[in-house]
Design a protein around this ligand. Structure first.
Ligand code: MN
Ligand code: MN
Length: 300
């Protein structure tokens, strides 16, 4: 089961700098083959189908706990995409073509089918697919795949960071570079425990340090790259049998934290009247408030 909190992992800068094509690029990190929906669903199905959980407890706990973090990454990237769209159109008379400013956007589906928010598609509008999930059931093969998936995700994040300097994109991609780097190391260490092979010697792939990216470096300086969370009140503590020793890149001691990291409030998203979202007028709102009051759900 999952427990949900009204928080996201980091604060996203509220800078109005609409850039539909930058948002499309960030969509690759959400619904692309190596995006957050792929890491989430890979670990989700691997955790559902995991065999011999009791004998292989630390590996099972690792996949279970990282699944929960990936759900938080899907959430964070989605909010970043919304922030990048923000302000790209203005309310107006339909005859004045209020959506014209985004007519030439590479990915128009969020403006036509949606209300200018994140959608489960990649940067070119291909829908995310379950074909992106790999779950052979073989422990070493699945861990090897997860290592490769995190390395690929890291490369994609670096390229999106290089593609746009939008503050919301940079903030989130920089943070996720660090957290994704944790998962690269975690799966490398899991492979070492499972096989005796020192996979951490391959790191980093590509051979560029996270500290080369301003928005990632600040998190590494705070030690965010050394912490792995259980994402649970009581379960998954055996990940400390995998997440132990030192970080292969800078030698910092690694630490397992029971529970979840401290988050920040989910940002408010303003109405986009020209998209009819949410499509509730001031009069509608008054009527809704009255009905809620009658039902006893709000006080005066
Ligand atoms: Mn992730
Ligand atoms: Mn990850």
């Amino acid at each position: 089961m999952f427990k949900r909190m009204e928080e996201i992992m980091i604060e996203i800068p509220d800078v109005e700098k609409p850039d539909a094509n930058a948002a499309a690029a960030v969509q690759e990190l959400l619904g692309g083959k190596f995006g957050e929906m792929s890491t989430l669903n890979n670990y989700l199905f691997q955790s559902f189908n995991f065999r011999s959980k009791e004998k292989l407890r630390p590996f099972y706990d690792l996949v279970m706990s990282i699944t929960a973090e990936e759900l938080g990454h899907v959430e964070l990237v989605s909010h970043a995409i919304g922030k990048i769209y923000q302000g790209g159109t203005k309310p107006g008379d339909p005859d004045k073509t209020p959506l014209e400013s985004i007519k030439d956007a590479r990915f128009s589906y969020p403006f036509l089918a949606g209300g200018q928010g994140a959608m489960p598609f990649d940067s070119m509008g291909n829908p995310w697919t379950g074909a992106n999930v790999f779950n052979s059931g073989n422990l070493v093969e699945d861990l090897l795949h997860n290592f490769f998936l995190e390395v690929g995700a890291r490369t994609h994040k670096m390229k999106v960071y290089e593609l746009t300097d939008h503050p919301a994109a940079r903030a989130v991609v920089g943070f996720l570079l660090v957290r994704g780097g944790v998962h690269v190391v975690a799966y490398a260490k899991a492979l070492e425990v499972a096989t005796g092979v020192n996979v951490t010697k391959l790191i980093p792939i590509p051979s560029l340090d996270n500290r080369k990216f301003n928005e990632a470096r600040k998190y590494e300086e705070k030690g965010v790259h050394t912490k792995l969370y259980t994402w649970s009140d009581n379960d998954f503590g055996t990940i400390d049998q995998i997440w132990k020793g030192t970080h292969p890149e800078d030698g910092s001691p690694l630490e397992v934290i029971a529970g979840v990291p401290k988050g920040v409030p989910i940002p408010e998203a303003p109405a986009v009247d020209e998209e009819f979202a949410p499509g509730i007028s001031a009069e509608d709102f008054k009527a809704i408030a009255k009905r809620l009051k009658q039902a006893g759900n709000i006080s005066e």
